[in-house]
Design a protein around this ligand. Structure first.
Ligand SMILES: Nc1nc2c(ncn2[C@@H]2O[C@H](COP(=O)(O)OP(=O)(O)OP(=O)(O)O)[C@@H](O)[C@H]2O)c(=O)[nH]1
Ligand SMILES: [Mg+2]
Length: 216
């Protein structure tokens, strides 16, 4: 595991596989660091050490393709959130987390899409919504249905996880990479269509010019 202070600007790792810049968002104490640690090193920190900003790198295979993940674990606590705009500008995909045992954290999760929009000026950003701490079912304050409804509003996938038990943790990170890949391939299709239109247009202009020349 490698600790970094900044997310790099390149999309290619030194190993040559595609690099994905992932940002963990959510209120303080919802389990962003615990989820990241479970994903990367199968460890669960059972204490709350409020994050200022940590970055982790890991390489995994997702759908038989290598993926180099650059994960920025951000601060949920208000006193450490000054860098928010900067990491929202750099992220390619966001994991928005709340705790199912904390309604306030769900309300904060519902504000992140607008915050991202304010910085990126588009809603077309890969997202995954996560309700963590399902092992604490008896303290649940946010129903699964409410989570699903918010995900529908966000047009993103939704998982309920337990970082403590490592339930659905891989699904969250893999789901986001799939989302980024999907966006990329739809862009490629759109780009191809644009190119085709462009070359048709040029052909049309070329034949019009020839016609003009032959009539003069
Ligand atoms: N029972 C249970 N506790 C969890 C789970 N995930 C995290 N915790 C606990 O919740 C507390 C906060 O977890 P963190 O991962 O530090 O939370 P965070 O979102 O990174 O918090 P900030 O860095 O302050 O924004 C810790 O005591 C964790 O052990 C979970 O799935 N189940
Ligand atoms: Mg943390």
């Amino acid at each position: 595991m490698e600790l970094e202070n900044e997310i790099s600007s390149s999309n290619n790792s030194s190993a040559g596989s595609r690099e994905y810049k992932v940002v963990m968002l959510g209120a303080g104490g919802v389990g962003k660091s615990a989820m990241t640690m479970q994903f990367i090193s199968h460890r669960f920190p059972d204490y709350h050490d409020p994050t200022i900003e940590d970055a982790y790198k890991t390489q995994v295979r997702i759908d038989d393709e290598p993926a180099y993940l650059d994960i920025l674990d951000t601060a949920g606590q208000a006193e450490f959130t000054a860098m928010r705009d900067q990491y929202m500008r750099g992220g390619e995909g966001f994991i928005i987390c709340y705790s199912i045992t904390d309604r306030q954290s769900f309300q904060e999760a519902a504000e992140f899409k607008e915050l991202i929009y304010c910085v990126r000026h588009t809603y077309d950003i890969p997202l995954v919504l996560v309700g963590n701490k399902t092992d604490l079912e008896e303290f649940r304050q946010v129903s699964t249905e409410e989570g699903m409804n918010l995900a529908r509003e966000y047009s993103c996938s939704f998982f309920e996880t337990s970082a403590a038990l490592r339930f659905y943790i891989d699904d969250v990170f893999h789901g986001l990479v799939r989302e980024i890949r999907r966006k990329e391939s739809s862009l490629t299709v759109a780009e191809k269509k644009m190119k085709r239109k462009d070359s048709l247009w040029r052909k049309l202009k070329g034949s019009l010019r020839k016609k003009k020349e032959s009539t003069t």
